[in-house]
Design a protein around this ligand. Structure first.
Ligand code: NOJ
Ligand code: CA
Length: 703
C-alpha cells in the first residue's frame, strides 16, 4: 500500500479568541468523529461520536503538577495540524500477517496564558474503530524536569453502561470480572475476598482497571485502555456512579506522587475502541498501531512455541517448588533427607522432555529448579533468588544436553518474588546462564510486594522495570513471558521478544482457589487480551479430582472448551498445562494441541459477545489450514459456523473436537467426541456446546 501523507494546516498562529468562542476542532474517519474544544474558562475538552451517537460527551483533558504549574488551569490554543496516514506493517508474530494503520491525526498546541507560559500538545489519532490520544511536552525553556501529581483525563459516558470490570488494585489484576452497571461499581468486598497472592492495595472503592469493556443500552460496545505504557504508571479509572463520568487515576509511587517526567516527553496513549458489533472490538488493531515499531532489527531468533512444564503438578500440590521444607527429616547425624516431592528433579524433568519430544511440543518449562523457594515470599524481603544456583537434584548440564539431544527447548523460570531490584542486579548473569545452557525463553514472576518497598506492580518504576527486562532479554536473544506484571498495552510490537504476559486471572486459579467462572474466558478477549497475548495456561484434561486435599475443586469448563481456548485466547507462547500422564489418557484429543499453531496469517472473529460466547477462526502462518475455537459461558449453546472464510472450490478435511451430548462442565466435563467430515466454503456447521463447553476444529486442505 503506498504511503500517503496529507498535511493540512487547519489553524495556525496564536488564537486566544478561541478560548471564548472559537469553533471546535474536529477530526474524523469513517464512522468515528472527534471534537476538541476549550470551555469558556479555558479548559481543553474532547468528545467522541460513532455514527452520530455520543461515545464520550465533552470530557476534560489536563495534568496537575507537583510544582503547581501544570496544565490544570486555563489554556489557550496556539495552533493545530491535521494529517492523514494510511500504511501497513508486518508484525514479527501475531493474529494476522499484515496490519493496516489508517488514521487522521489532529495535533492541538496549547499554552498557559500567564507565566510560566508552559506549552502542551495533545495528539489525537482517529481510526475507523476508535480514538487514541496522548499528552506531549515539547522542549521549552520553562519546563524541564517535572512531577505529575494527577492526570485529569476524563471519559464522560452518556449512560449507565453495563461494565466488565476488575477492582483498581495497584498490585494485581488476578481478579474475576464483575458484570454490573457503572452505577453499581463497588470494589471493597472484592478486594477483601480476593485470593490474589500479591498484596492487595485498592484504596479507591470506585476505581476499576483497564481494559474496561462497556456496553450501552442501545448496543454500542466501547473499550477503554491505553497503548505504549512506557515510563508512566498505569491508568485506572474512578467511576462516578451518579454521572457515569470516569476519571483517570494513576497508580502512585512510594512517595505518593505519580510520574517523574521531563521535556521533551509524552504520556502513553489513552484509547477508546468503539463499534456497534462486538466482534469488531476483538478485531481491532488500534492499540498495536499506536505502539512504536520493533526496537531492534534482527528478529529471526524469535520463535513462537508451545510448551509443557513441571508446573501444574506444583499448582495442584502433587509436588513442590522447594527442595527442602518442613516435611523433611533430619538424621541423627544432622543430614537433611528431603521429602522426595521436589518436582524439578532431573528424572522428572526428563520425563517431560520425553513427552514433549514424542508429541512434537517445542518447549519444556521447569519451575522450582533454583535455590530460594524455601522462603520465597511473604516477608517483603530483598530477594532470595540468584537465578543461577540449581538445587542439588537438578542437573542443569545433563538436562540441557538431554533436551538438545531430543530437539526440545528448555524454558527458564525466574521468580523474583517481587524483589525487582534484586532481579535487576542479577539480570545479566541470569541471561548469560540461559545462553550458556541453551534456554531461548524465560518466564518471569512477581509474586508478593515489590522491592523497592512502597513501589507497586503497576506504578512508573515497575513499568520501567518490565521494559528493562524485555530490553536486556533482547540483547541476549531470550524471549520473555511475564507473570504478575502490569497489564499489557501492546508493547509486544516494540519488543517482539516479549511474547506473552499473564497479567490476569489464569487457569491456575482452578488449582488453588474456587476457580474461574465459565463466563471468564468469554470476557478475557474483551478485557485483558486487548493489550496483548495472555499466558492463560490452557489445556487441562483432568478436570476434577486433581487438587491434593481439595476434592471439591474442578475446572469450570469441559475438555473440548480447554481445546478451543488455544484459538480463542491468542498467545505466541502457549502452554499445554496438564501433566503428561493426564494427556496419555486422551491422546486422541491431545492431537488438537499438537496441531494447533501459535502464529497466524489471518483471523476472523465469527461471533462474540462478552460474558456469553466467542467463536474465532484463524489461518495457520504460511499454510492453507484453518483452526476454529468456539466457547460458551455456563449456558448450553449452538454455534453456527459458516465456513465462508475458506477459499472457494477447495475441499477441506475437518476434524471436530466437540462436547459429547451429555457433557456438562459440572457433572461430565471430560465427555468429548472426535469426528471428521469433508467441508468447503459453502458448508455451515452447527456445533452443540455444552454448559461451560466449547468446540475446536482443524481444517486441512485435501489436495
Ligand atoms: C504465580 C504464577 O502465575 C505461576 O505460574 C507460578 O507458578 C507461580 N507464581 C510461582 O512462580
Ligand atoms: Ca499469577
Amino acid at each position: 500500500m503506498p504511503k500517503t501523507y496529507l498535511f493540512l494546516l487547519l489553524l495556525a498562529g496564536s488564537c486566544p479568541a478561541f478560548a471564548q468562542s472559537g469553533a471546535p476542532l474536529t477530526a474524523s474517519l469513517d464512522n468515528v468523529r472527534l471534537t476538541v474544544a476549550l470551555t469558556a474558562s479555558g479548559q481543553p475538552t474532547y468528545a467522541v461520536a460513532y455514527r452520530q451517537k455520543p461515545v464520550v460527551n465533552p470530557s476534560r483533558l489536563g495534568l496537575q503538577f507537583v510544582d503547581g504549574h501544570g496544565f490544570d488551569g486555563p489554556l489557550v490554543l496556539t495552533g493545530s495540524e491535521v494529517k492523514n496516514v494510511d500504511d501497513a506493517w508486518q508484525p514479527v508474530w501475531g493474529e494476522v500477517k499484515s496490519i493496516r494503520n489508517r488514521y487522521q491525526q489532529l495535533t492541538v498546541h496549547l499554552r498557559q496564558p500567564a507565566a510560566p507560559g508552559r506549552r502542551l500538545d495533545v495528539v489525537f489519532r482517529v481510526f475507523a474503530d476508535g480514538v487514541g490520544f496522548r499528552y506531549e511536552f515539547p522542549k521549552q525553556p520553562g519546563l524541564q524536569y517535572f512531577t505529575v501529581a494527577d492526570e485529569l483525563t476524563e471519559f464522560a459516558l452518556p449512560g449507565d453502561h453495563k461494565a466488565f470490570w476488575i477492582p483498581g488494585d495497584y498490585d494485581t489484576n488476578e481478579y474475576p470480572y464483575t458484570v454490573s452497571r457503572l452505577s453499581e461499581v463497588d470494589n471493597a468486598p472484592l478486594v477483601k475476598a480476593s485470593t490474589a497472592i500479591a498484596v492487595r492495595d485498592a484504596p479507591d472503592p470506585q476505581a476499576v482497571q483497564t481494559p474496561l469493556m462497556l456496553k450501552s443500552a442501545d448496543g454500542l460496545y466501547v473499550n477503554i485502555h491505553e497503548a505504549a505504557q512506557v515510563d508512566y504508571p498505569a491508568m485506572q479509572l474512578h467511576v462516578d456512579r451518579a454521572s457515569h463520568r470516569l476519571t483517570a487515576r494513576l497508580v502512585p509511587d512510594a512517595v505518593g506522587t505519580k510520574a517523574y517526567l521531563r521535556a521533551p516527553g509524552r504520556t502513553p496513549w489513552r484509547t477508546l475502541i468503539v463499534s456497534d458489533r462486538a466482534p469488531d472490538i476483538l478485531a481491532s488493531k488500534l492499540i498495536l498501531n499506536l505502539n512504536e515499531p520493533a526496537a531492534f532489527a534482527t528478529t529471526d531468533w524469535i520463535k513462537p512455541m508451545k510448551f509443557v512444564g513441571v508446573w501444574w503438578e506444583m499448582q495442584v500440590g502433587k509436588s513442590t517448588w522447594s527442595y527442602a521444607n518442613s516435611a523433611d527429616t533430619l538424621t541423627a547425624a544432622g543430614q537433611l533427607v528431603p521429602h522426595g516431592r521436589h518436582g524439578a528433579n532431573t528424572a522428572n524433568v526428563k520425563r517431560y522432555i520425553d513427552f514433549a519430544a514424542k508429541h512434537g511440543i517445542a518447549g519444556v518449562l521447569v519451575e522450582g529448579w533454583n535455590v530460594g523457594w524455601e522462603d520465597w515470599f511473604g516477608n517483603w524481603k530483598e530477594g532470595v533468588f540468584d537465578f543461577v544456583t540449581p538445587y542439588p537434584d537438578f542437573n542443569v548440564q545433563e538436562i540441557s544436553q538431554y533436551a538438545a539431544g531430543k530437539g526440545v527447548k528448555m524454558i527458564m523460570h525466574n521468580e523474583t518474588s517481587g524483589a525487582a531490584t534484586n532481579y535487576e542486579q542479577h539480570l545479566d548473569t541470569a541471561f548469560r546462564f540461559m545462553n550458556r545452557y541453551g534456554y531461548p525463553a524465560v518466564k518471569t514472576g512477581y509474586v508478593g510486594r515489590i522491592v523497592p518497598r512502597g513501589e507497586h506492580h503497576d506504578g512508573q518504576w515497575m513499568s520501567n522495570h518490565y521494559v528493562r527486562v524485555a530490553e536486556t532479554a533482547a540483547r541476549h536473544h531470550v524471549m520473555v513471558d511475564m507473570h504478575e506484571p502490569v497489564r499489557p498495552t501492546g508493547l509486544g510490537r516494540t519488543y517482539p521478544n516479549w511474547l506473552a504476559s499473564e497479567a490476569g486471572r489464569g487457569n491456575e486459579y482452578n488449582a488453588f482457589s474456587d476457580g474461574n467462572a465459565p463466563a471468564h474466558e468469554t470476557i478475557l478477549p474483551f478485557t485483558r487480551l486487548m493489550g496483548g497475548p495472555m499466558d492463560y495456561t490452557p489445556g487441562i484434561f483432568k478436570l476434577r479430582n486433581y487438587a491434593a486435599g481439595a476434592p471439591q475443586r474442578q475446572v469450570h469448563t469441559t475438555l473440548a472448551k480447554q481445546l478451543a481456548l488455544y484459538v480463542t485466547l491468542y498467545s505466541p507462547l502457549q502452554m499445554a498445562a496438564d501433566l503428561p500422564e493426564n494427556y496419555e489418557q486422551h491422546l486422541d484429543a491431545f492431537r488438537f494441541i499438537q496441531d494447533v499453531p501459535v502464529d497466524w496469517d489471518d483471523t476472523r472473529i465469527l461471533e462474540a459477545e462478552p460474558g456469553e460466547y466467542v467463536t474465532i477462526a484463524r489461518q495457520q502462518k504460511g499454510s492453507a489450514s484453518w483452526f476454529v475455537g468456539a466457547i460458551t459461558n455456563e449456558n448450553r449453546r449452538t454455534a453456527t459456523l459458516r465456513l465462508s472464510f475458506l477459499p472457494k472450490g477447495r475441499r477441506y478435511r475437518a476434524t471436530l473436537y466437540t462436547d459429547a451430548p451429555n457433557a456438562d462442565w459440572r457433572t461430565n466435563p471430560e465427555a468429548y467426541r472426535i469426528s471428521t467430515q469433508t467441508v468447503q466454503a459453502g458448508t455451515t456447521l452447527r456445533l452443540a456446546l455444552a454448559p461451560g463447553g466449547g468446540a475446536a476444529l482443524s481444517l486441512v486442505p485435501m489436495n
